[in-house]
Design a protein around this ligand. Sequence first.
Ligand code: NAP
Length: 482
Amino acid sequence: MTASEGTILVVFGATGDLTHRKLIPAVADLHRTGLLKGPLRIVGYARQDLDDESFRALLKQTVEGEGTNAVIADTCYVQGDFREKAGYERLAKRLSELEKEGGSAGRLYYLAAPPSFYTDIFQGIGAAGLAKEGEGFRRIIVEKPFGRDLETAESLNTELHQVFQESQVFRIDHYLGKETVQNILVLRFANGIFEPLWNRNYIDHVQITVAESLGVEHRARYYEEAGALRDMLQNHLLQLMTLIAMEPPVAFEADAVRNEKVKVLRAIHLPAPEDVPRLTVRGQYGRGEIDQQQVPGYRQEPDVAANSNRETFAALKLQVENWRWAGVPFYLRTGKRLAQRTSEISVQFQRAPQRMFAREARLKPNVLRLRIQPDEGITLSVGAKVPGMKIELRDVEMEFDYDAFGHPGTDAYERLLHDALIGDSTLFTRKDEVESAWRVVDAIERGWQQEETAPEIYPAGSWGPESADELLHHDGRRWHLR
Ligand SMILES: NC(=O)c1ccc[n+]([C@@H]2O[C@H](COP(=O)([O-])OP(=O)(O)OC[C@H]3O[C@@H](n4cnc5c(N)ncnc54)[C@H](OP(=O)(O)O)[C@@H]3O)[C@@H](O)[C@H]2O)c1
């Protein structure tokens, strides 16, 4: 399917990091791969005093990637503050002029703006009549974070729905645009062998790790407010968990898939505040070594309070209370400045019910590892006989490597931008999904607030606090990545 004849992409926050690093290159990729039918015009909106020419010059300096020049040559700029009515009126005028020239299939608004302005932008769009469909579609992509707890997410949804219908809204979680994440559904539902085993009778537990080796970088001001739980777990990790735990949808289409995902989120047991310390770990990175370089601790980073208790690591043990998953723990962990940058899901199966071979106990249990990034692929570990007269057993791995396809997959932003342009919201999070995810995070936050203890410091370059290992050791298990 192709997208966007005479379509306009309006980027709110067009001079920012996300636009330059992700959005413009994603549009260039769409052009290059032939997925854009006809022109897709970019209109940037931001506060800086620029015109079309100086905006293009700015993009040329900062945007990287093949084919971006062709995209940049056609971009326009409207100067305005997010809180200024006149700015939206200038934008409305410019958009109608462009549509007279180039067609009016529709407009896609992209909120690449600081979250504190989301409501101003919804209201500005609404007041200027920019959300009304008629001539063409009107859709909006909203970046993370979507709120900072259930209450703020609900009020953001209320504000959004004053202006846009849910069918016009595309809440983006770029993890869902990754090839390997979409492959979870293909692996589960296009193959006959996994689904019969995919339940409490055969699966011992599931681990989800999203590890970053970078520190807080230039995002300290935001991060001091958010922390690992809100920044990563509420969205990326819980989304991965829903894909692993959901029931088969009746069809691979937006509402059918999202109905099943939201059921998982609703089935997650919300721990009482007094149980939270037993089921979770909060950590913060201290000084350490990454790639043989000394790196500062979180509290030594610019714009971080010297006594900050903000968590840069979180590990949780969650339970999905339904028939499929009763009694199967899901261990989730994410953190900054960990030993390596990697995202991986591992599904550990139960051991064979009877030990027939000597030294069989030394074998590891069967584990299906879904490697999401980098080094994308799937591995299944099994026990095998070592050649020879004796029955000697060893763990071996059956390996599928994404390189086998011989071409790199589509970039997540390219994929998601394309889907929003053709109006397919399967890989975007719905209102009830976002709110249900916040309900889980809020339950943990409540426990942490009551606890009033500082996060456990872990050395940069390690796999996080020792308590995260203990969380699993206590259950007789261990992290596969360590
Ligand atoms: N960067 C990433 O990799 C990344 C990843 C995931 C999600 N996100 C989300 O994407 C959004 C944008 O992030 P970012 O890193 O691109 O932010 P950023 O670099 O700070 O850019 C913010 C943009 O908003 C504009 N802006 C700020 N205040 C304004 C105002 N009052 N009126 C008009 N324009 C204003 C800035 O323009 P001027 O400077 O011209 O004022 C700039 O274009 C955030 O919600 C963030 O959480 C970013």
